[in-house]
Write a protein that binds this ligand. Structure first.
Ligand code: ZN
Length: 366
């Protein structure tokens, strides 16, 4: 097992990162390294779910790996604590709102300038820099770019099987996840995620009245809220407990009044960040539903075209046929456009309910 194992179908990127980690080790040891193999700033790009955070974290672990041999053993304390998010020299920056503020960037720069406490390098991982504005042209030009591709379904199925998922479910989940590794993993393992997907994909064929459109919009927004809440409560509880333990609160209660006030402030700060993360997660959950819907309308177009291409949602092929019987090909294209327009509106921070209601109204069947 190495730190690269969770990067699915990204052989080219892994090769670049392994070479860089090897060069970094030479540099740290004061030896000559292959020129240009290692640099101080890296930008991971690729479609959602391709593994940008996983790649960045794996690379950080390889840089902090303390075992001889190829960096990134996955077993030493450096690898372990980095992957487990507790290495003192590996810092994660998660944008507070939907993008990174100047103040946050200043803090990053200050952190990066310190000497490592324990490890070999100070590493700052900036996560969820989803929006193009987060990464200015200037920053881009100063970073080494690592482009991740959409992992092939077979590679995703393979990693699911290795994780103990049965072959049939793995193949289905890899297909249904449409190149999003985390999504495929949830579909393979989480009954609730499967049920949510099925509810989303049942929507197009059900939109026969305005009331049905409004109901569907309401359902989509609530389901996204629920999904985000479930994940974020799970994450947040652990974080809050960890912080309270770190600050000595909640234990024997021996802290002074001043320490308690400081603790409360830190907990409030954490809660504020958790809330902003929950907002992002809700948008992500909604976006996943829209990706499923867009793929459904592409399947409908395939029916119109009589194309012998496997559908994205083979288990909803009957629905795709029945919707195809009620829509013309141009009518189907209009609906696909409506789904994509909704995604864009959400990216522009339009309120989810407004954007989704506009979409479902446009999806109504004649
Ligand atoms: Zn290691």
């Amino acid at each position: 097992m190495t730190v690269w194992d969770d990067l699915v179908g990204q052989d080219a990127a892994v090769e670049v990162l392994r070479t860089a980690a090897g060069a970094a080790r030479e540099i740290h040891a004061g030896r000559d390294a292959a020129p240009g193999a290692m640099t101080h700033a890296w930008l991971f790009t690729g479609p959602a779910g391709s593994g940008r955070s996983v790649a960045a974290r794996a690379f950080a672990a390889a840089l902090e790996c303390v075992r001889d041999g190829e960096p990134g053993c996955g077993e030493c304390s450096g690898c372990h604590t980095t992957l487990g998010r507790s290495h003192p020299d590996v810092h994660a920056v998660v944008p507070e709102g939907l993008s990174i503020s100047v103040a946050e960037m200043r803090a990053v720069v200050a952190t990066a300038a310190r000497l490592p406490a324990l490890g070999r390098w100070q590493v700052v991982v900036i996560e969820d820099a989803e929006h193009p504005d987060d990464v200015s042209v200037t920053i881009r030009s100063r970073c080494r770019l690592v482009s991740l591709r959409i992992p092939p379904a077979e590679a995703i199925a393979d990693v699911l099987r290795r994780g103990g998922v049965d072959a049939e479910t793995a193949t289905w989940a890899a297909q249904a996840g449409q190149g999003h590794v985390g999504r495929s993993r949830r579909l393979a393992r989480d009954e609730a995620a499967r049920a949510r997907r099925a509810e989303v994909l049942a929507i197009p064929a059900s939109l026969t009245s305005l009331q049905a459109c409004l109901d569907a919009a309401d359902h989509l927004v609530r389901a996204a809220e629920g999904e985000a809440a479930a994940i974020s409560i799970e994450l947040s509880t652990g974080e809050t407990e960890a912080l309270q333990i770190a600050l000595g609160a909640g234990g024997t209660g021996k802290g002074t009044a001043a320490a308690t006030r400081g603790t409360a402030g830190a907990v409030r700060e954490l809660e504020r960040r958790q809330k902003s993360r929950a907002t992002r997660m809700q948008r992500d959950a909604l976006d996943r539903a829209l990706v499923d819907l867009a793929a459904f309308y592409r399947d409908v177009l395939l029916v119109h075209a009589g194309a012998a291409v496997p559908p994205a949602h083979p288990d909803f092929a009957d629905d795709a046929r029945s919707v195809a019987a009620r829509l013309t090909a141009p009518g189907t294209l209009q609906r696909l456009d409506a789904v994509l327009a909704c995604r864009e509106a959400l990216e522009l921070n339009v309120k989810p309910r407004i954007a989704v209601e506009a979409m479902t109204a446009a999806l109504r069947l004649p």
